[in-house]
Ligand binder design. Sequence first.
Ligand code: A2P
Length: 320
Amino acid sequence: PTTEFTLSDGRKLPAIGLGTWQSPKGEVAKAVEHALKNGYKHIDCAWAYGNEAEVGEGIKKAGLPRDQFWITSKLFELHHHPEHVSLAIKDTLKNLGLEYLDLYLLHWNINWQVDAPEGVLPTREHTVKSEKSGKVLLDVELSDDIMPTWREMEKLVDQGLVKSIGVSNLNIHRVKKLLKEARIKPVTNQVELSIQCPQFELVDWLHKQNIQPQGYSPLGGAGGSALRENPEIKKIADKHNVGVTTIMLSWLVKRGINPLPKSCTPERIDQNLKIIDLTDDEFEAVNKIARSVPHKRVCDQSHDFEPYYDIYQENDPEYN
Ligand code: A2P
């Protein structure tokens, strides 16, 4: 099976990465250390997960030479304002104890309204909330046009603080808009991808643009256990003498996707790195399951903001 994907800028992305969203502070350092000491070359993190410093602790304890591993982090939607981007990357690099990131992603295509003193990196305490609904208010202009933010991210590449830049949670319509104006093209788009959220159309389109799809919640998240009991997938897993989760991850890699399974359990971390080659028939069988099961998302934050913003493909009125 594929062990790495070549990005449009020529850099090699390790095919499996350890996810750290919802990894508790007290466990994530050990999980990261274990992963890096046992063959993982890619850790996916984000400022928003609130555990970057602990991820950094794990990286340090693993003690690998810097060019032997790949670290992705993300610019949070509190920090899209052009003057906040350089503050945000500095904070992330400090948290992680690194001099550069391999990949920096624009985390969401929405931007929260913030009210913070000049020169201060906004936190959730600086968000502006609607008096009526209590929801976080969006900065509509920056949410609509990510170019001012993207230009700042391009500068980070020029400065050597990040090697590559990409996006996350963007639908086709929004990536298209970005491609028209970007000086540096996004190398990846990280979105939710699993059997219950297969996003066939988006993934095909990204491949055609030479943008590497990355998949979070590839096992259906913490609540994905029903999917893990699917008898048809179980049959394929038994044939290969592996767990159902291995089939889920192997199917994603065969689709040309970089999955980012989250775990804080050493045995599962090890297990998730072992991808197998599915036969064409097995691959088609899983495709069929993904087309027929009810689709849902682990991460649905489309209704948490005012004004309401359609951040998903299927809801975007401008799509196509
Ligand atoms: P834990 O972290 O306790 O090991 P996803 O990557 O889709 O978000 O899924 C993460 C969830 O799946 C977590 O609850 C994680 O639990 C669990 N998980 C991760 N790897 C495996 C595995 N190989 N087998 C079963 N459950 C797993």
